[in-house]
Design a protein around this ligand. Structure first.
Ligand SMILES: [Mn+2]
Length: 371
């Protein structure tokens, strides 16, 4: 019964654009249940009729966000859809080799054009985020868009009411793996060409720390095996992503390791704190600080690593852990963030030194959990 009601209320939401008044009345009368995200398999039939599709991801897209959006793009254009990828913000230079990246619209730089495309969209795919504010300035346009919204994501605690169809699996290595599953489950495995493969491999590789994190299940290797079978050259992709640093980035890493790292052995924790003048001194750009936090976990015995970076508008936190220390909950409780069990982000309006002090003062509460 419950399932059926949810199904009905879900359907009604999809028709909102056509009959807003009748449907919201129906809604209230039907069950007083909020509209609920329907299973992704119910969306598959919609793939066969031509649509205006927008694909978007979280702000400052990483390898998985850019890989999944472009991987899906290269699949959907083969079905004859009109497809546009809109990124909420700019992205790291090391993603600029990706096929199709030259067509991605940066919402921050080109709001009018992006808004016009969102207004025309009949379907919006939301990939690698599950709560609209992760798109920063695109939050309101996305919330206002009356078309069908589809979620494919692997972060904790999705904002289900914001999406009509979707799949949220926190056990999945990456959104790229989920896009692969989406294409295969919808019956289009034959549409996975080299462009799709290059994009999807990128996100699986980056989100699994090059296939080392526990999320790297057999399904990941089976997927990669298939991509290899159709001709993927994986070494090139590793080189494009990891071997493209400029000298300043390496020197900045050295500077941070020597001058901006603190190890708190009592709590098996280590942190980096990066000031805005450090970023200016080394001419650090979007993406240059990515992966820095992972150095902390390479120290023997360290289970919890954190970095705070002084960005213009806010202090950005990243948290990483090994084993059973839950940084998703930690970030949600204390730093307005969240993400995955072993990798999460957060933010603060406080100055670097103040937010670092807050972080340190929290540690005694977690002393047991960090042993
Ligand atoms: Mn991801």
């Amino acid at each position: 019964m419950l399932k059926e009601l949810r199904h009905l209320s879900g359907l009604s939401k999809n028709n909102l654009c056509q009959y807003p008044n009748q449907i919201s009345l129906f809604h209230l009368n039907a069950a007083n249940l909020p509209p609920r995200m329907q299973s992704i398999s119910r969306f598959f039939p919609l793939l066969s009729s031509q649509a205006n599709i927008v694909i978007t991801c979280h702000q400052k897209p990483d390898g998985d966000a850019m890989g999944s959006t472009l991987g899906l793009y290269h699949f959907l254009i083969q079905l004859g859809h009109k497809v546009t990828v809109i990124s909420p913000t700019n992205w790291a230079d090391f993603l600029n080799w990706m096929p199709g990246v030259d067509k991605v619209i940066n919402y921050d730089y080109n709001r009018q054009k992006a808004q016009a495309i969102i207004d025309e969209a009949t379907i919006i795919f939301c990939l690698d985020f599950n709560i609209l504010h992760r798109t920063k300035n695109m939050e309101t346009p996305l919330a206002k868009a009356k078309c069908i919204k589809v979620l494919i994501d692997h972060h904790e605690q999705p904002q289900e009411e914001a999406f009509d169809y979707g799949i949220s699996l926190t056990s999945k290595s990456s959104t790229c793996e989920m896009v692969y599953d989406f294409i295969v489950d919808a019956g289009y495995k034959d549409k996975i060409n080299l462009d799709v493969a290059k994009c999807l491999y990128t996100g699986v590789m980056t989100d699994t720390g090059s296939f080392r994190f526990p999320s790297t299940k057999a399904s990941v290797h089976l997927m990669v095996a298939y991509l290899k079978e159709i001709g993927l050259e994986h070494s090139e992709i590793h080189s494009n992503i990891f071997d493209c640093s400029l000298e300043n980035r390496l020197r900045f890493t050295g500077f941070a390791l020597v001058n901006r790292m603190e190890v708190l052995y009592q709590y098996n924790t280590a942190i980096f704190y990066i000031y805005s003048q450090d970023l200016r001194q080394y001419d650090i750009k979007t993406g240059d600080t990515e992966g820095l936090v992972n150095y902390l976990l390479t120290m023997k015995g360290i289970r919890f690593g954190a970095i705070v970076i002084d960005r213009d508008e806010e202090r950005k936190w990243s948290f990483r852990s090994k084993g059973d220390f839950d940084v998703n909950t930690f970030a949600r409780l204390h730093f307005e963030g969240g993400g995955h069990f072993n990798a999460a982000g957060g933010r603060s309006d406080e100055k670097v030194d103040d937010t670092v002090n807050k972080f340190k003062q929290l540690l005694p509460n977690y002393e047991q959990a960090l042993q």
